[in-house]
Write a protein that binds this ligand. Structure first.
Ligand SMILES: NC(=O)c1ccc[n+]([C@@H]2O[C@H](COP(=O)([O-])OP(=O)(O)OC[C@H]3O[C@@H](n4cnc5c(N)ncnc54)[C@H](O)[C@@H]3O)[C@@H](O)[C@H]2O)c1
Ligand SMILES: [Zn+2]
Ligand SMILES: [Zn+2]
Length: 368
């Protein structure tokens, strides 16, 4: 089948016609991938080249093409949104619906099944399944818990962004931070993930949603998504704006959604007493955060939280997010600025690198 494969760090993805995919094992499903967004985490893998060769694309939707033994709740033809982090459903963490603490689910970071295998191969050699999904391929095999059935009339070309950006951003606001109505929120970085944090904060009823983002198009976009103020941090003193808007108190919540350790520090500085800083972006491994422990934590009672895939439990949260979209409370279509064919995937990666648009969706196997 057709797929885009990263074969070495910092290279264009290669379009191949002979990628092979295994039949689903017990508990797995074969999915015909229809659409996949391109996320900054794909770019991070491209730049670092960890786990090549790899099929990237982890923000996807499609339809069930086959089910493995023991899978009873999904049938061929069901429409599904795919979740990178697929909980095993059996461990202690899963019993608490803490899928991001499930050791099996966390294998997604190695682009392999928990047992070290991958459903993909090329000429007999293993090809990794990028971030648990591997959606830049016409078919992929994923755990059944990572394929969540959605109503037949769901427009998958926009619903695919739920898979990563929306689960991550809205989940960070609603699940991780549990943003309170009437509170003040600062979002640092307004890519697909930051725009979804803005929407999550709005759904939670935040009174102030301040966005800091150097790219003008993305600031304008954030205002349309529900931000109440948008600042260019390269031209305006962000601290001044935040203090002005919060009566000198600082915000209740700051979300780092750009992937920078330095911005985590900005979040710590601009939250007020009892404030919450949520690390959503994935800073480079060598990035550090320096904090004044005693003042920040003991006197000011701040907390720093990390948020992986928005702490979402796919079976619970993906239908909930579709529900918000149906009620008109969540804008999915507005997150998608461009549509490309699979053969044009490298153009989509260039757009992401240049922060052009918000999310580009790749039509992997467009419906005729
Ligand atoms: N926690 C998770 O589970 C999870 C999931 C998906 C993505 N991520 C990470 O989230 C981050 C954002 O992903 P994305 O796809 O939205 O990326 P993106 O590249 O589309 O957006 C990042 C944005 O940050 C902005 N930015 C850069 N420097 C800034 C600064 N100093 N101040 C304010 N804004 C700044 C950029 O202009 C850009 O608009 C990445 O690090 C990605 O790897 C994490
Ligand atoms: Zn992602
Ligand atoms: Zn588990």
């Amino acid at each position: 089948m057709r797929a885009a494969v990263l074969t070495a760090p910092d290279r264009p993805l290669e379009i191949v016609d002979n990628l092979q995919v295994e039949s689903p094992r017990p508990g797995e499903v074969l999915v015909r991938v229809l659409h996949s967004g391109i996320c900054h985490s794909d770019l991070t893998v491209i730049d670092a080249g960890h786990g090549v060769p790899v099929v990237l694309g982890h923000e996807a939707a499609g339809e069930i093409a086959d089910v493995g033994a023991g899978v009873e709740h999904l049938r061929v033809g069901d429409k599904v949104v795919l979740a990178p982090l697929a909980p095993c459903g059996e461990c202690g963490a899963c019993a608490r619906h803490a899928g991001t603490e499930c050791a099996q689910a966390l294998a997604f970071v190695h682009h392999l099944r928990p047992d070290g295998t991958s459903p993909f191969s090329l000429g007999g050699d293993l090809v990794h399944r990028g971030l648990g999904v591997g959606a830049f391929a016409e078919y992929t095999v994923v755990p059944a818990s990572g394929a969540v059935k959605v109503p037949d009339d769901t427009p998958l070309d926009i619903a695919c962004v739920i898979g990563c950006a929306v689960q991550t951003g809205v989940g960070a606001a609603l699940n991780t931070a549990e943003v309170r109505a009437g509170s003040s929120v600062l979002v640092l970085g307004a890519g697909g993930v930051g725009q979804a944090v803005v929407q999550g904060a709005r759904i939670a009823g935040a009174a102030h949603v301040i966005v800091s983002e150097p790219v003008e198009e993305r600031r304008t976009h954030a205002l349309a998504m529900g931000a109440t103020a948008a600042v260019d941090p390269t031209k305006t003193d962000l601290r001044e704006v935040v203090m002005d808007l919060t009566g000198g108190a600082g915000v209740d919540y700051a979300f780092e959604a750009a992937g920078s350790g330095r911005l985590v520090q900005t979040g710590i500085e601009l939250t007020g007493v009892g404030g919450t800083i949520v690390m959503v972006g994935a800073p480079p491994i060598e990035d550090a955060v320096t904090i004044d422990a005693a003042v920040i934590f003991m006197t000011m009672g701040k907390r720093i939280l990390s948020s992986l895939l928005g702490g979402c439990w796919p079976e619970r949260d993906i239908p909930r997010l579709i529900g918000y979209w149906r009620e008109g409370r969540l804008d999915l279509g507005g997150l998608v600025s461009r549509r490309l064919e699979l053969a044009e995937v490298n153009e989509g990666i260039r757009l992401l690198r240049e922060t052009d648009g918000v999310r580009t969706v790749v039509d992997v196997a467009p419906t005729p």
